[in-house]
Design a protein around this ligand. Sequence first.
Ligand code: GLN
Ligand code: ZN
Length: 764
Amino acid sequence: MQTSVIGYPRIGVNRELKFASERYFRGEGSKEQLLQEAARLRLTHWQVQKQHGITYIPSNDFSLYDGVLDTACLLNIIPARYRDLGLDSLETYYAMARGYQGKRGDVKALAMKKWYNTNYHYLVPELEEGVEIRLAGTKPFDEFLEAKQQGIRTKPVLPGAFTMLKLIKYSGGKQAADYAADMAEVYKEILARFEALGAEWVQFDEPELVRDLTAEEIELLCDLYGKILSAKGRVKVLLQTYFGDVRDVYQALLGLPCDGIGLDFVEGAENINLIHQYGWAQDKILFAGIVSGKNIWRNRYRESLDLIAELNRWVPHEQMVLSTSCSLLHVPYTVRHEQQLGEEVCRHLAFAEEKLAELTELAGLAAGLKEIEDAAELPEAYVRNEALFAEGNRAAPNPAVRAKTASLTAADFVRLPAASERAEIQRARFKLPLLPTTTIGSFPQTAEVRKNRTAYRKGRISEEQYRRFNQEKIAACIALQEELGLDVLVHGEYERNDMVEYFGECLDGFLFTEQGWVQSYGTRCVKPPIIWGDVSRARPITVEYAVYAKGLTNKPVKGMLTGPVTILNWSFPREDLPASEMAYQIALAIREEVLDLEAHGIEIIQIDEAALREKLPLRRSDWHCEYLDWAIPAFRLVHSGVKPETQIHTHMCYSEFADILQEIEAMDADVISFEASRSDLALIDVLQETGFQTAVGPGVYDIHSPRIPGVDELKEAILRMAEKLPAEKLWVNPDCGLKTRNEAEVRGSLQHMVQAAREVRKLL
Ligand code: GLN
Ligand code: ZN
């Protein structure tokens, strides 16, 4: 059986792409050096897939920043404000990705959104009226040829025309359907080019097909592909879906003249039923996504082989290719470099490279197992895999934790008194000015901050030295915030490498990798912890630094915690427990920390739920039963035990929650801050229309960009908010933590923000 990989990680085992890009951004590395490093990474990734015997190796899955942005540029979808800077194509690309501030102008970056239900972010292409969609680049062809020259025939990959049309933001009056004909033309041209270059297959990624689709959308899809595939020559076209099932378009897909359809059998459990119900098409290859591209656990061969056998009832072996369930972008590179986890743990793990081995092994087994009649003849790979799963529970259950979650009652999820009453009590307590200013928590994680942490980890400095350094940073941070005139201060999060990993380290039940980096956006990577056993608080997490910071100022200091849903969503979860059980276990652990902070005199506590929206199921019918019904209660459980006068904040990255405002209100926080600047404060209108009650701090500027916003621009943003929402319920803050910015950028931006808030106060 043949094998296919949908996409491969690109940042490099040692994050080489990140470091090369950052050197280039700082002006320390040349463009040539950057591009050379990128080419080296591509080759390495192709080679490792080839060595593992993968049949269909992707190309053009590589990106210097983001694949959707690459495709927007390829299709000429570049707003005038970037074009007008008159930069070369690479610099224009980075201006769209990161914003530009320099001799030629001052423009913000494009909006950034989470990629479906993952923690990867893509840049939202923006199509202006009058911009013509046409083939304006050569990246996919160049990379195909680059691989070919190295003796590797690849399967070029691009986001499909339908998904692109759905992801684009239309700033003119037109809509997706108005561009269908132009889009189809370009994709036809792309296919023709690949045909001329000798490609056998081209993969169009269409994750948009796993969402709920209307009749018009299905019509658009059929219309598009009818056109794109009408003049197709020998080159074969794979329509690749992932992250769910294609229930709304399955029959339509079978009717399209494409050569292959990729279905996800890991997240799209319903796909198998569709095949049962409607059968398969004679003329198509099924790319069966069976090896998970999202989890980090070993594939259970017995189950996969059963699934393949089941599929074989409709799809013969020759018509089936074994595939990953989605791009491997969402998992780290390899378990090989993990020195500290130990063999007992590592043998249960499969990152990208190990998944390549699994694909080949499974394909071999699938081909061979048919003939085996006697269990004694079972292939070694199969026997080894079964033995691994027979080990049973990796970590013994913790009876105390299980007893706690089992005995939760409705009252544990309710904070009293009601929010409106608390608001009065808190107003009297804190006496904050109108439009109080604050930040989201972290201050710059400078090289010296990271150096201090590394030195401590490697045993080069004592714990005492390590803590003293952090205290000095906190003191400087508090002094800076006082100098800038912020109203509610933070300690700066210098002790944290990452908002989830740091918490995981203080909780029992979590494991950590050394090299398990996964790209989050552009050059930013995260290292998600692994939930291995039952979770409980091993020791106080933030109390010491919060109390230290509080002792340095008369202003309120906000305690800073990560919430249970985010910890769960940004970890690799177990597969032997329901998500609700894991969420409640984590919630009880964080609840202990909340009560501990309160007992130590911390009056305001922020519980970040940065990732709450991100795992919202892609289909509306699953929203409540599969997610919100435990996610919102998990958050409530964390803070329901605090006193009325303790102010609970939460922070959410990403503002796309217009459709779950009721649920967000039901989290029952006192204040919510969220990302808004990069989506044009669009949520404000919805908050106004729905009469949202909780106080809000919509981010007034974008921290993902190095750009320093001007006072007037900030004033305008605040005024726009104040026009729509009651001023006494508004906070002024950046749209996320400042850890990725440098000190000069932070000082400049916050100074402008405080000044803007002061000037607006006078106007109200
Ligand atoms: N408190 C965190 C910080 O400021 C929140 C980060 C986030 O929302 N991603 O860094
Ligand atoms: Zn955030």
